[in-house]
Design a binder for this molecule. Structure first.
Ligand SMILES: NC(=O)c1ccc[n+]([C@@H]2O[C@H](COP(=O)([O-])OP(=O)(O)OC[C@H]3O[C@@H](n4cnc5c(N)ncnc54)[C@H](OP(=O)(O)O)[C@@H]3O)[C@@H](O)[C@H]2O)c1
Length: 330
């Protein structure tokens, strides 16, 4: 396993990390989670991702109980959580100072840790001034409850505002952003955020590198019974897969599988390695609903040399979605 700096911060995160979404609390309790976390950790994974919104806090609880059971030294791993989707009441959601503090305290308790390494704003909150959220995050940092704060799916403009407010008032700016990034979704990482990597030293912890499993090729002949899109509560994902856009993507997956085959690796290894090719990606968060999937995905790192410039060119031709990048005037 190799490690990358989280943006321009001094924190070293493993190139592959592991996330709790869908699985922890829904499919797995402590025993299954322990197998998954231990397998990742033994392979060198040092960052584990979570959110208050994953199974209404149960994913944090399962991860916390598991970390306790595993007994790893606290200084050997990085754990995150996110604030935004807490509960139904007006004070239980969003990014107000109150909810940012409440969710942090609840997360610390459920995860059983004294501090969060990374604390993300899970989405932008249009009903809270950005300055209020920046101040709340800064205060948590000065209290020692959070090491680095960041955002998820914020626009470049919202990030720039947060950075400006922080610089103006001597507060801690966001260190990292967590956007979706995979062969089908590229705009934020490859275009919108380009000026911010240098300006802010922004790091990125990217999600859904396999487009929720579509880039494994397992949906090529229909939806398998045991896949996540059949889980109660994930009907929206099934609709996405069955939409016209989903069908178009599936066609591309079939073509990508041929490229991967010729390169001598499975398509999901190629898709994961493709994400790592981008130097602005600090870590790729893996998801897995079975131990065998995690073991398989970790093996992608052995195929690094197979992702040659020719293979990348063949991929680009199929996906045909490379963002233009910011406009330059001569
Ligand atoms: N910030 C955000 O808004 C946000 C949003 C989403 C995710 N995340 C984070 O990113 C993490 C990863 O996202 P993700 O779970 O969507 O990642 P993903 O890699 O795109 O999808 C993972 C899913 O794909 C399937 N899969 C993975 N490896 C496989 C393999 N080798 N063979 C067959 N199927 C395989 C499994 O689903 P099946 O159950 O179908 O087998 C697995 O649960 C999450 O856990 C979470 O921490 C963040």
């Amino acid at each position: 396993m190799k490690y990358r700096r989280l943006g321009k911060s001094g924190l070293q995160v493993s190139e592959f990390s592991f996330g709790a979404w869908v699985t922890f609390g829904k499919q797995y309790g402590v025993d299954g989670a322990a197998e998954l976390l231990a397998t990742a950790y033994d392979a060198g994974v040092n960052f584990f991702d979570n959110a208050e919104g994953y199974e209404q806090g149960t994913a944090e609880q399962v991860m916390g109980d598991t970390l306790k059971k595993l007994g790893w030294s606290r200084d050997s791993y990085v754990v995150s959580t996110k604030v935004f989707w807490g509960g139904e009441k007006p004070t239980q959601k969003g990014l107000s100072r109150k909810h940012v503090f409440d969710a942090c305290h609840a997360g610390l308790k459920r995860l059983g840790v004294d501090y969060l390494d990374l604390y993300f704003c899970h989405r932008p909150d249009l009903n809270t001034p950005i300055e209020e959220t920046v101040r709340a995050m800064h205060d948590l940092i000065t209290q020692g409850k959070v090491m680095y704060w960041g955002t998820s799916e914020w626009s470049a403009q919202q990030l720039t505002e947060a950075y400006g407010v922080a610089r103006q008032h001597g507060l801690s700016p966001p260190t990292m952003e967590q956007p979706q990034y995979n062969l089908f979704v590229r705009e934020k990482i490859e275009s919108d955020y380009l000026p911010l990597y240098d300006l802010m030293g922004l790091g990125t912890t990217i999600w859904s590198p396999l487009a929720s499993g579509m880039l494994t090729g397992k949906y090529n002949d229909g939806i398998p019974d045991d896949s996540r899109v059949n889980l109660p509560g994930y009907e929206w994902l099934k609709e996405m897969f069955e939409s016209e856009r989903g069908k178009d993507r599936l066609k591309k997956v079939k073509e990508l599988a041929k490229v991967a085959d010729e390169a001598g690796m499975p398509i999901h290894h190629m898709a994961l390695l493709w994400c790592l090719e981008n130097p602005n990606v600090s870590t790729v968060i893996l998801g897995a609903s079975r131990l065998s999937q995690l073991q398989d995905n970790l093996k992608a790192l052995d195929s690094r040399k197979k992702l040659t410039p020719d293979v990348i060119a063949a991929i680009e031709k199929i996906v045909d979605n490379k963002p233009d990048g910011p406009q330059v005037f001569e």
